[in-house]
Design a protein around this ligand. Structure first.
Ligand SMILES: Nc1ncnc2c1ncn2[C@@H]1O[C@H](COP(=O)(O)OP(=O)(O)OP(=O)(O)O)[C@@H](O)[C@H]1O
Length: 260
């Protein structure tokens, strides 16, 4: 499944524009980055794709999925896309997981909502999903508050991928994790989306993260795309001043890490 965002603008009720005329494409099975500083509009674009923008905001333009403009679909149809064609992983897994449900109940939720499976089929799928993200079945009966940040993010990934979505939106999925958990979670996102043939839209403020996981990327500044291209080329030869700043920041972090 490809997703083709054409001239997307997101405006507040009072007329202020937060995202302006953004065009962005993720081809089937492709890993694409969306990079920009805090407040540049990355999360709003993700939410416009998911259909979860705040009620005080309006999205204009087109978001084509297999040629259908999903901005024109009903709320019900948008909700049906979440957990089937589309899934998402966010920065804070504990906010995304239901705290009063166990790990296995959280992971099973998309199956319960969207698929007619028996309890036994659901249980098997959940255990398989936990195994694929490298979590022991012993964790299945725990509550989210009884997990480390890295474990909780793995649970969120298992939940996102259990229904084999065709596009995974990952919004700063590693920002809240320590360096080792960051690497594990990124490796997992790349390998699992690859195995499932799903596309990945990876949102981050950090070129280091984007460069490790994506083939192409878009640079967002103050709600507009200022540059886009093959990630390795953008990193090696940024054209715009803003992209140069982001690249320099990533190099500084890398050098600090090497000297630590
Ligand atoms: N509910 C809201 N009402 C009004 N303005 C909002 C709302 N949500 C976000 N904004 C504004 O829209 C702009 C883009 O926000 P967005 O969350 O998309 O940024 P971001 O690039 O994802 O930042 P971060 O990396 O910090 O998450 C910001 O100026 C933000 O203050």
């Amino acid at each position: 499944m490809s997703i083709d965002i054409q001239n997307l603008s997101i405006t507040l009720d009072d007329g202020r524009t937060r995202v302006a005329d953004v065009s962005l494409r993720v081809n089937a099975g492709e890993r694409v980055g969306l990079i920009g500083a805090s407040g540049s509009g990355k999360s709003l674009i993700t939410r416009a794709i998911l259909g979860t923008l705040p009620r005080t905001m309006r999205a204009e333009g087109r978001i084509l999925v297999e040629g259908v403009d999903i901005l024109q679909l009903s709320e019900l149809d948008r909700a049906a896309m979440r957990g089937t064609y589309l899934a998402a992983v966010f920065q804070n897994p504990l906010a995304a997981l239901n705290p009063v449900r166990t790990v296995k109940q959280n992971v099973a939720l998309p199956l319960k909502l969207h698929y007619a499976l028996t309890r036994a089929q659901r249980r098997d799928r959940v255990l398989q999903a936990l195994e694929r993200v490298g979590l022991s079945p012993d964790l299945a009966s725990r509550y989210p508050s009884e997990l480390s940040g890295g474990q909780a993010q793995r649970v969120a990934i298992a939940e996102a991928l259990i229904s084999s979505p065709q596009l995974l939106l990952a919004d700063e999925p590693t920002t809240a994790l320590d360096a080792l958990a960051q690497k594990h979670v990124m490796d997992l996102l790349v390998s699992l989306t690859g195995e499932q043939g799903a596309g990945l839209l990876l949102v981050s403020h950090d070129f280091t993260v984007i460069s490790k996981a994506t083939q192409r990327c878009y640079v967002l500044h103050d709600g507009s795309v200022v540059e886009s291209g093959v990630t390795s080329e953008l990193l090696a030869h940024p054209q715009e001043d803003y992209t140069k700043e982001l690249v320099a920041a990533a190099h500084q972090i890398a050098v600090k890490g090497e000297n630590a």
